[in-house]
Design a protein around this ligand. Structure first.
Ligand SMILES: *[C@@H]1O[C@H](CO)[C@@H](O)[C@H](O)[C@H]1NC(C)=O
Ligand SMILES: *[C@@H]1O[C@H](CO)[C@@H](O)[C@H](O)[C@H]1NC(C)=O
Ligand SMILES: *[C@@H]1O[C@H](CO)[C@@H](O)[C@H](O)[C@H]1NC(C)=O
Ligand SMILES: *[C@@H]1O[C@H](CO)[C@@H](O)[C@H](O)[C@H]1NC(C)=O
Ligand SMILES: *[C@@H]1O[C@H](CO)[C@@H](O)[C@H](O)[C@H]1NC(C)=O
Ligand SMILES: *[C@@H]1O[C@H](CO)[C@@H](O)[C@H](O)[C@H]1NC(C)=O
Ligand SMILES: *[C@@H]1O[C@H](CO)[C@@H](O)[C@H](O)[C@H]1NC(C)=O
Ligand SMILES: *[C@@H]1O[C@H](CO)[C@@H](O)[C@H](O)[C@H]1NC(C)=O
Ligand SMILES: *[C@@H]1O[C@H](CO)[C@@H](O)[C@H](O)[C@H]1NC(C)=O
Ligand SMILES: *[C@@H]1O[C@H](CO)[C@@H](O)[C@H](O)[C@H]1NC(C)=O
Ligand SMILES: *[C@@H]1O[C@H](CO)[C@@H](O)[C@H](O)[C@H]1NC(C)=O
Length: 747
């Protein structure tokens, strides 16, 4: 393991690539339709979850608990949606409707004081914000406006919030202001424009939407789209837009025009997936593709788990979201939902990355192992690249073929030699670079443990040329075979270079190696920190950020262990995440000997603890099936269904998450060792990662070689990346495992 770093190993991770060129086996996943960069949004990033009035599906719309609950259970960058209304004294409040009676107690507080006004030309009866100052509204509380939802929180007296209140009290990761009515307020001498311009100096607004062209035009020049994006909101196709007098349906015909004053559009979901009169889904329209072509982001509205939607989704709201964000053809850029937990489950990834394929079940890097990994639900297939003597890159777990092939019993046993840099542990080796590809193909892979059986010879073939490369530095220096160059060539010839639906990740422990790939922005550059560390200096992380897109660390750098007992939780993941570097952790294994006692020899408990406590973005595992199932099971047990409390973090009152879903408490079990004689000796703490650990000398030049062609780079068969994992806020799940341990201590 450690020798890999010394040699600057490189591993290529292919995001569910599904043609392994080896035996021309086309591997398609059972699940369906697309492979690929995960998201076909305009930016390529994951779609946004926009929480309409907070978690309004359960709590009174626009109330503090609704917003904070949405922030707690949504994706980390969930956006809080506020429908802005103006009071008589021109204060902006968040309230879902221009009529206050719909979702507040105003009919009680100001009994019989309803009025009638023209709203977009339609006489409308009710209580309007323009008749009340913010002080007048002090005793009016928010209530549930949708009568099919529970009204049991109506008595809690949640106050009406101003836009500033939401910003300062809830601190949402993003704020979206929707201006449903500008013309109406203008008729009453209240300027929405002035209000928005002034409030945006005090709060950071990510998006401003409006169904009124005139309003957006009037503010367009005043906003920097890098900070605040303007979004044109489409209403029903037959409705008339009040400032142009055209229907929304006809405005849809000229997206170029929309682009002149907005950078995105918000449309009812049936603009994208229409339904027939019987609520069956019709084929999708081309709207998302058309708008993306114009450079417009597309947001879809009207998502709600408790309002009937198309029968094609079998009453499963997650299935509906997946049709909009993960359908193989397009992805909307955001969804507006009353139940933000559901799209969050569809969006946050826990990447399942295989280790040499499903190497827990089959010999590493064989067709069989890769095929199994894909059918088990791995999102990313890894390939440690080795090079044969004649320059063929291929996937194999080790540069030393003795490690897991029949090499030592083969005709090539006389190639055995000792290279101290590589064979420090095992003594002598038979090295990939001493054998030609034809010779290597005669070797049989061997699995370490001996319980497998009845495999046909074909299934054992080493994989060629899926790639991943280890030992790049060694090869470049010594046999002068340029593995990095060979891989770049192979990727190019194989067509991976310009595939839009296939993502290639390149992993190495050596920054010099990764820098060679940095210029091709198609690749995700993954830096692996092979050492166990207890912290990383800010400067070192800043350095990593310069060339890498994500980082792999070892399990023990997250939860350090002593004698297989967890001793704590480091800040390493948080540090890397603070620099917006996704963190993948290796190596997860179902074999109990690889797990700390704290996880009870249960691989699911282990994965759950890493995910829940640190929000890691992926696990690297020889047993992808377990990790993939974890995602599914975790979400069919929606632990979020419970929590209402006044305080933002809620955790204190919360004993509702089932104990099996609680992460273990690091160090808790260790404290149960009461007799000091039994305490394992304290171990030296792991080092801190510093800048000098990142910097490497540049790769030496390589002698010219002609790597053989990697063969037909047929496009990958489509495989869906499965959706993942809502990052349930750590604070939501108080560790009830910790309580269990406390209880044990009492006896
Ligand atoms: C309140 O708003 C909801 C949702 O828009 C609507 O269904 C309902 O009819 C409204 N109720 C009143 C009293 O206006
Ligand atoms: C709100 O209620 C309190 C207590 O009932 C009362 O003292 C106060 O005047 C009320 N405020 C407004 C604005 O009606
Ligand atoms: C708005 O202001 C104008 C001019 O100041 C005045 O004539 C008009 O009556 C006002 N309208 C309302 C609804 O207050
Ligand atoms: C809008 O259209 C209607 C009907 O076509 C017409 O009567 C009205 O005058 C138009 N209003 C404006 C502001 O153009
Ligand atoms: C769409 O709007 C643009 C910009 O205003 C205009 O130049 C163009 O003629 C319009 N196209 C159609 C088909 O109306
Ligand atoms: C929705 O279900 C109906 C009935 O099974 C089917 O005919 C239709 O093709 C489905 N729509 C889509 C878009 O799959
Ligand atoms: C080893 O060499 C012998 C003699 O050249 C040959 O018959 C045999 O097929 C070879 N075995 C392998 C595995 O290549
Ligand atoms: C294996 O390769 C190394 C490096 O190129 C070379 O020095 C050595 O002689 C080779 N060994 C054999 C047995 O070919
Ligand atoms: C990749 O793009 C290049 C140039 O854009 C093109 O010549 C080549 O055929 C493409 N390769 C594949 C596999 O699509
Ligand atoms: C490292 O960065 C974090 C956040 O950017 C900051 O809070 C912390 O103080 C920094 N630590 C040092 C030692 O500079
Ligand atoms: C990284 O690669 C460079 C260039 O080949 C090499 O000199 C250096 O030793 C490698 N570093 C490690 C830690 O392997």
């Amino acid at each position: 393991m450690c020798k890999a770093r010394a040699l600057g190993g490189v591993v290529l991770l292919l995001l569910v690539v599904v043609v392994l060129h080896c035996n021309v086996v086309t591997l398609a996943s059972a699940q369906g339709s697309n492979t690929g960069p995960r998201w076909q949004t305009l930016s390529g990033g994951p779609p946004f979850v926009i929480a309409r009035g907070g978690f309004s599906g359960l709590l009174p719309d626009s109330s503090f608990p609704a917003y904070s609950f949405a922030v707690a259970v949504g994706v980390p960058d969930v956006i809080a949606w506020c429908d802005v209304q103006l009071t008589k004294d021109a204060i902006g409040i968040c309230f879902p409707d221009i009529k206050l009676q719909n979702a507040s107690s105003i009919t009680v507080v100001y009994k019989d004081q309803d009025k009638s006004y023209l709203v977009n030309g339609v006489p409308t009866q009710g209580w309007f914000p323009i008749d009340y100052t913010i002080t007048d509204l002090a005793n009016v509380s928010l209530t549930q406006g949708v009568y099919s939802r529970t009204n049991k929180f109506d008595g809690n007296g949640y106050p009406i919030l101003t836009v500033e209140d939401v910003f300062t009290q809830v601190k949402p990761p993003g704020l979206w202001l929707n201006i449903q009515h500008d013309a109406f307020y203008a008729q009453h001498n209240l300027s929405m424009r002035n209000y928005i311009l002034s409030v945006s100096r005090r709060v950071v607004v990510s998006y401003i939407s409006s169904p009124e062209v005139g309003f957006l035009r009037s503010i367009a020049a005043r906003f920097n789209p890098k900070i605040t994006k303007l979004v044109f909101r489409f209403l029903k196709q037959t409705e008339t837009e009040p400032t142009t007098n055209q229907t929304y349906g006809s405005l849809l015909g000229n997206l170029t025009l929309i682009k002149t004053f907005a950078s995105g559009i918000l449309v009812p979901k049936d603009y994208i997936w229409p339904v027939d009169a019987r609520q069956y889904l019709l084929p999708h329209t081309s709207l998302v593709a058309d708008a993306h072509k114009e450079g417009l982001e597309v947001f879809a509205s009207d998502f709600s788990n408790d309002v009937p939607y198309s029968y094609n989704f079998s009453y499963d709201p997650l299935a509906e979201y997946l049709h909009f964000i993960d359908n193989g053809a397009f992805s909307v850029d955001g969804v507006l939902s009353d139940f933000p937990i559901t799209p969050s489950a569809a969006i946050v990834d826990l990447k399942v990355i295989s280790k040499n394929g499903a190497s827990g079940d089959f010999p590493s890097c064989t067709n069989l192992a890769y095929r199994q990994a894909i059918s088990d639900g791995a999102d990313v297939i890894d390939c440690p690249v080795q090079m044969s003597k004649d320059g063929t890159p291929f996937c194999f777990s080790s540069i030393n073929l003795i490690d897991s092939t029949s090499a030592s019993q083969s005709n090539y046993s006389n190639y055995a030699m000792t290279i101290p840099e590589i064979t420090e542990v095992s003594g002598s080796g038979i090295f990939a670079f001493n054998l030609t590809w034809d010779e290597i193909q005669t070797l049989r892979p061997q699995i370490m443990s001996s319980f497998h059986l009845d495999l046909s010879e074909d299934d054992f073939n080493l994989c060629f040329p899926c790639f991943s490369f280890q030992n790049a530095a060694y090869l470049a220096e010594n046999p002068r075979l340029g593995v990095t160059d060979a891989v770049m060539t192979a990727l190019k010839v194989g067509g991976y270079d310009n595939q839009t639906n296939l993502k290639v990740m390149i992993q190495s422990t050596n920054s010099s190696v990764l820098m060679k790939f940095k210029d091709n922005n198609k690749y995700e550059i993954v830096y692996k920190i092979e050492e166990l560390i207890r912290d990383a200096s800010n400067a070192s992380v800043a350095d990593i950020k310069k060339f890498a897109d994500s980082v792999v660390i070892k399990k023990e750098s997250v939860f350090p262990v002593n004698s297989l007992f967890l001793t704590g939780l480091t800040d390493v993941v948080a540090k890397l995440q603070a620099f917006k570097l996704p963190v993948y952790v290796e190596l997860f294994s179902n074999e109990f000997i690889s797990q700390a006692w704290d996880f009870f020899s249960d691989a699911t408990v282990e994965i759950n603890s890493f995910v829940s406590e640190t929000g890691i973005s992926g696990v690297i595992t020889g047993f992808p099936k377990t990790a993939a199932r974890y995602r599914t099971v975790f979400f069919t047990n929606p632990a979020g269904a419970t929590i209402i409390a006044e305080n933002r973090c809620l955790s204190k009152d919360l004993k509702t998450a089932p104990s099996y879903m609680s992460p273990v408490e690091p160090g808790g079990l260790f404290q149960l060792i009461l007799n000091p004689q039994y305490l394992p000796p304290a171990e030296a703490p792991n080092p801190i990662f510093t800048v000098s650990d990142v910097v490497e000398p540049p790769l030496p030049p390589v002698a010219k070689t002609t790597p053989s062609s990697p063969g037909g780079g047929t496009a990958a068969a489509p495989t869906p990346s499965r959706n993942g994992q809502p990052r349930l806020a750590g604070c939501i799940f108080l560790s009830s495992m910790a309580m269990l341990l406390a209880a044990l201590l009492l006896f």
